[in-house]
Design a protein. Structure first.
Length: 212
């Protein structure tokens, strides 16, 4: 009886797969490539070690994060203020107060700082994000958010007496620095050009016709 010829096709997982055909031979086990793992070690004074030293040495210990979030509103404008412990930085949409438009209303933004003094803002950072409404409404929303943020921070992390002093100064100057203005524009009605005004109406023509 003639010997039986066996055919075996082996396809390995290499990117370029190879084909081995054996006639009349026992199948050979496929050889797996040996993957060598390289371990990179950094010598003293290397870039890795220097970077670690720069990021770990002389870094102050992180304490609990002291921050508050408040809202300031005027009509449809909304300002969100985040106040945390810092160095007296105040920014609106990523810009300092002196770069906020319109320039003619920048004095309104500075009113809380001018009333309370820079020393009360020296230990905090206030970042404000504002959207909605017009330019004037946004200015009033920002100043309210800054004032409310400082009051909330002093109430939570400083003391009640300082908070009450700040609040009294702001309320005495302008109540809208802490309290939202509920007034809204009254909608127009039919029969006139505005909410209350009416179109002029005359009966002179009808009266003259009745006399004739």
């Amino acid at each position: 009886m003639p010997p039986v010829q066996t055919v075996m096709v082996v396809v390995d997982w290499f990117p370029t797969a190879f084909l081995s055909i054996n006639f009349g031979k026992k199948p050979q086990p496929s050889v797996k490539p040996v993957i060598q793992e390289k371990q990179y070690s950094f010598r003293p004074g290397s870039v890795h070690q220097i970077f670690e030293e720069l990021t770990t040495i002389n870094m102050p210990a992180k304490g609990p994060l002291q921050s508050v979030q408040v809202f300031g509103r005027k009509k449809t404008a909304t300002a969100v203020a985040h106040c945390k412990r810092g160095n007296g930085l105040i920014k609106v949409n990523g810009r300092p107060l002196e770069m906020v438009e319109p320039a003619t209303l920048q004095y309104k933004l500075l009113e809380p700082v001018l009333l309370l003094g820079k020393e009360r803002f020296a230990g905090v950072d206030i970042r404000v994000r504002v959207k909605g409404g017009g330019h004037v409404a946004q200015i009033y929303a920002i100043r309210q958010a800054i004032s409310k943020a400082l009051v909330a921070y002093y109430q939570k992390y400083v003391d009640e007496a300082s908070k009450k002093e700040i609040k009294d100064i702001l309320i005495q100057y302008d109540r809208t620095l802490l309290v939202a203005d509920p007034r809204r524009c009254e909608s127009k009605k039919f029969g006139g050009p505005g909410a209350r005004a009416r179109y002029q109406k005359s009966y002179h023509q009808n009266l003259s016709l009745s006399l004739h």
